[in-house]
Design a protein around this ligand. Structure first.
Ligand code: SF4
Length: 393
């Protein structure tokens, strides 16, 4: 009954996802004359950029449709793929529409990429955004606030509107609404995964990386309303799995579809985390910049890129399995991704202790063959269905 409405919004999202020339960003710049600033995974304070009239553009590599011509020469063979495709996008002119790039501190590869960007594109704003790993408001909080103030000043120096507290408050309110709908969609997928296939939810979130948040809100509302109203999609006998490890370099789109076709309902994942990094509404009363700081310190998701002092590594995964009703875990990380793969043994130990079945595989964003993973995931799903309750590796 409503599949057409769903198809329409998903197709639009897919066009945005596949557009490696960032036409929507170019159009936005032509229409507004504003600054567009790219950012690498995982989190940046998009509210602040939006409040200064800047379009924040999430760059998640080149996926499986970009031919790497020069990018490989910049990196040794034993690191992940996303920096190669990102530098390729820079060198082939696709990112000319960006006035700058922000590189949040998540690993050495991203740090090195920020240095390369500085050398390759000396006229652009390039900022390595050092996120705090100390969560005391007097230490990490003061540091993060200083970083944000510096960023605001740098954006202004490049032509953005100066920082304004009221504009930031409005921007936080808008981003809160978007985060709430994304949370709603994740919750709906947990309850009725056949209604919100992961490949669709993924495309919707990817679209949100390249359009203004006002437009993203429309896309989210349209998709949510259409899937809520849908009467056509019906449940299948699939295993419920939680997919983890894919927070930076994203798997090829075909791999996500393959996992679903192999008999898995993905009921929780790590994709496109910027929309979910802050887990609840950011406070809107009081000093909005301080509210952003406190949200980062206190309400960020647990991530391998974040220091965890209080809890045992892997406990968050066990909690997420329980909350999502997942029957097993797929460790699905990019090859050579240090943050994901160094955490994996501790996460495995935690979920084995909790008696949760798991399996693991790796990918690169440009992989084109999924047969082996399809068989592995299909066998895993079957084993869950047949021997639920026993650990299957
Ligand atoms: S995929 Fe992993 S190693 Fe590569 S840039 Fe991202 S976080 Fe760093």
């Amino acid at each position: 009954m409503t599949t057409e409405r769903i198809d329409e919004v998903v197709q639009r999202a897919e066009q945005l996802f596949r557009d490696l020339e960032f036409r929507s960003v170019r159009k936005w710049k032509d229409e507004t004359g504003g600054l567009a600033v790219g950012y690498m995974p995982i989190y940046i304070p998009t509210e602040l950029l939006h409040a200064q009239g800047v379009l924040a553009v999430g760059i998640l590599g080149g996926g499986d449709e970009l031919e790497i011509i020069r990018g490989d020469a910049y990196y040794q063979s034993y690191i992940c793929h996303i920096p190669r495709s990102t530098i390729e996008l820079g060198l082939n002119g696709a990112l000319d529409c960006l006035d700058g790039m922000l590189f949040p501190a998540i690993c050495d590869v991203i740090r090195n990429l920020s240095g390369m960007w500085k050398m390759q594109f000396p006229d652009k704003l390039v900022r390595y955004l050092d996120v705090p790993q100390d969560f005391d408001p007097e230490i990490g909080g003061r540091f993060w606030r200083f970083e944000l103030e510096e960023l605001a000043r740098e954006l202004t120096a490049r032509g953005a509107r100066p920082y304004d507290a009221e504009a930031l408050r409005e921007s936080i309110t808008l981003h809160n609404r978007n985060r709430a709908i994304v949370r709603e969609l994740y919750a709906l997928r947990q309850r009725e995964p056949w209604k919100v296939p992961t490949h669709e939810l993924y495309l919707i979130q990817r679209a949100g990386l390249v359009i203004p948040p006002e437009e993203f809100e429309q896309v989210l509302v349209e998709y949510r309303d259409a899937v809520r109203a849908d009467q056509v999609r019906t449940p299948k006998d699939q295993a419920r799995v939680l997919l983890t490890g894919s927070f930076c370099e994203q798997p090829p789109f075909g791999l996500i579809k393959t996992l679903e076709r192999s008999g898995c309902y993905i009921v929780d994942d790590d994709f496109v985390q910027v929309h979910r990094w802050i887990v609840r509404d950011v406070e809107t009363t009081g000093d909005p910049l301080q509210n952003l700081v406190m949200a980062f310190l206190e309400d960020s998701i647990e991530s391998p890129t974040r220091y965890i002092a209080e809890r045992a590594k892997g406990q968050d995964l066990v909690d997420r399995v329980a909350a999502s009703g997942a029957e097993g875990v797929l460790f699905c990380a990019p090859s050579f991704c240090d943050p994901a793969l160094l955490d994996q043994p501790m996460a495995v130990a935690a979920i084995e202790k909790a008696g949760i079945p798991w399996t693991a595989f790796k990918y690169a964003e440009n992989n084109g063959q999924f047969q082996v993973i399809r068989e592995q995931a299909g066998t895993f799903s079957d084993s869950i269905k047949l021997w639920s309750g026993e650990v299957a590796v």
